[in-house]
Design a protein around this ligand. Structure first.
Ligand code: FMN
Length: 337
C-alpha cells in the first residue's frame, strides 16, 4: 500500500492523502484590493477536483503594506472574507481540505508607501530602505496576524499556515542577518524568536485548529541561523502547539544556490528528527515515487508540491498511476479518469 495515498490526521483535520499543494502567489487580484477573483476560484477548485489532500492558499497579507505585490491576496479586511469563503466552499465540495498562508512581506514588500522590518536594512539595491519597527508597530502587526487568523476561521479554512520563511517579516526577525535590534526582539535566538512566538500566541487567541509554520531552514549564509537554530525554533514552536513545520529555505539574502530534486528534503528530515515534530517537505518534488520515498524513509509527514501543480492540476492521479494505486475519480469523470 502506498503511504502517499494513506489518510493523514493533523490535530483533528483528516486529509484523504498526504499530498499538499504548496502556497503560490497567483498575482491575480485585479484592483489592488486583495480580493478573490475568478482566477483564484478556478485555480484552487481545479486542484481540489484533482484530488489534492490539502490546498494551501497563497500568501495572503495581514496588512496592505504586508503584501509582496499589489496583486497579492489580502486577509487584512473583513471585506475579504466572503471571497475566501467561496473558495473554501468549492475546495470542500470536491473533497480537499483548505489552508491559508497568512503573511507579511516586511522589507520585501514592493507596494507603495512605507515598508517595515525589524531593522533598517534594505534587501538589496533594487529594494527600498525599510523603517525599523517601533514597539507600537510590532504590536499592531501582531494584532493584524490575529485578525487575519480570525478571518481565516470565518472564511471556513480548516488549517492556517503562518509564513515564517523566504526573508519576509517573521524570517527577518528570526535571522541575525536582518535583525540588529537591541530591544527584547533582537540579540540572542530567544529574543529573535520572540516575534514569531508572539505571532503564534496572537493567532492562537482566535484559532484552535491545526497550525503550521513555514520556515526557511537554511539561509545560505555563514552568518545566518544554523540548522541547529532551526531545530531549536521548531522545538519552541512545538511547545507552543504548532502542529507541523513546513521546511523551505532561502530568501533572506539574494539566491546563491541552484536547486536540485528534493534539495530541501534533508531540512525536513533533520527538523523532524531533531525537534520531534511533524514536518512537510517541499522543493522540486515531482514524481510519485520520489514523494512515496520521502514518506517511507520518514523524512517528512506531508509532501508539498508547488510548480508541478501548475503543470498538472491532477498530479495526484498521475502519481497514483505511477505507483499503481487506484484512486477514486470525481463522479463527473468516472468514464474517463
Ligand atoms: C509562482 C510561485 C509563487 C509562490 N508563492 C509562494 C507563497 O505565496 N508562499 C510561499 O511560502 N511560497 C511560495 N512559493 C514557493 C513554493 O511554495 C515552493 O516552496 C517552491 O516553488 C518550491 O517548490 P516546487 O519546486 O514544487 O515549485 C511560490 C513559488 C512559485 C513558483
Amino acid at each position: 500500500m502506498s503511504l502517499l495515498f494513506e489518510p493523514y490526521t493533523l490535530q483533528g483535520m483528516t486529509l484523504k492523502n498526504r499530498i499538499v499543494m504548496a502556497p503560490m502567489c497567483m498575482y491575480s487580484c485585479e484592483d489592488r484590493d486583495g480580493r478573490v477573483t475568478n482566477w483564484h476560484r478556478t485555480h484552487y477548485t481545479a486542484r481540489a477536483v484533482g484530488q489534492v489532500g490539502l490546498i494551501i492558499v497563497e500568501a495572503s497579507a495581514v496588512t496592505p503594506q504586508g503584501r509582496i505585490s499589489e496583486q497579492d491576496l489580502g486577509i487584512w479586511s473583513d471585506e475579504h472574507v466572503d471571497g475566501l469563503r467561496e473558495i473554501t466552499n468549492m475546495m470542500h465540495a470536491y473533497g480537499a481540505k483548505a489552508a491559508i498562508q497568512i503573511a507579511h512581506a516586511g522589507r520585501k514588500s514592493t507596494v507603495e508607501g512605507p515598508i517595515i522590518a525589524p531593522s533598517a536594512i534594505a534587501f538589496d539595491d533594487s529594494y527600498r530602505l525599510p523603517e525599523a519597527m517601533t514597539t507600537e508597530q510590532i504590536q499592531e502587526t501582531l494584532f493584524a496576524f490575529r485578525e487575519g487568523a480570525r478571518r481565516a476561521k470565518e472564511a471556513g479554512f480548516d488549517c492556517i499556515e503562518i509564513h515564517g520563511a523566504h526573508g519576509y517579516l517573521i524570517n527577518e526577525f528570526l535571522s541575525p542577518l536582518t535583525n540588529k535590534r537591541e530591544d527584547e526582539y533582537g540579540g540572542d535566538r530567544d529574543n529573535r524568536y520572540r516575534f514569531l512566538e508572539e505571532t503564534i500566541l496572537a493567532v492562537k487567541e482566535v484559532w484552535a485548529g491545526p497550525l503550521m509554520v513555514r520556515i526557511s531552514a537554511n539561509e545560505y549564509h555563514a552568518d545566518g541561523n544554523t540548522l541547529d537554530d532551526f531545530i531549536y525554533y521548531s522545538q519552541r514552536m512545538k511547545e507552543q502547539g504548532v502542529d507541523l513545520v513546513d521546511c523551505s529555505s532561502g530568501g533572506v539574502v539574494p539566491a546563491s544556490i541552484q536547486p536540485y530534486p528534493g534539495y530541501q528534503v534533508p531540512l525536513a528530515e533533520a527538523i523532524r528528527r531533531g525537534a520531534d515534530v511533524p514536518t512537510g517537505a517541499v522543493g522540486l518534488i515531482t514524481s510519485g515515487v520520489q514523494a512515496e520515498e520521502i514518506l517511507r524513509k520518514e523524512q517528512a509527514d506531508l509532501v508539498l508540491l508547488a510548480r508541478e501543480f501548475l503543470r498538472d492540476p491532477y498530479w495526484p492521479r498521475t502519481a497514483a498511476k505511477e505507483l499503481g494505486v487506484e484512486i477514486e475519480a470525481p463522479k463527473q469523470y468516472s468514464r474517463g479518469w
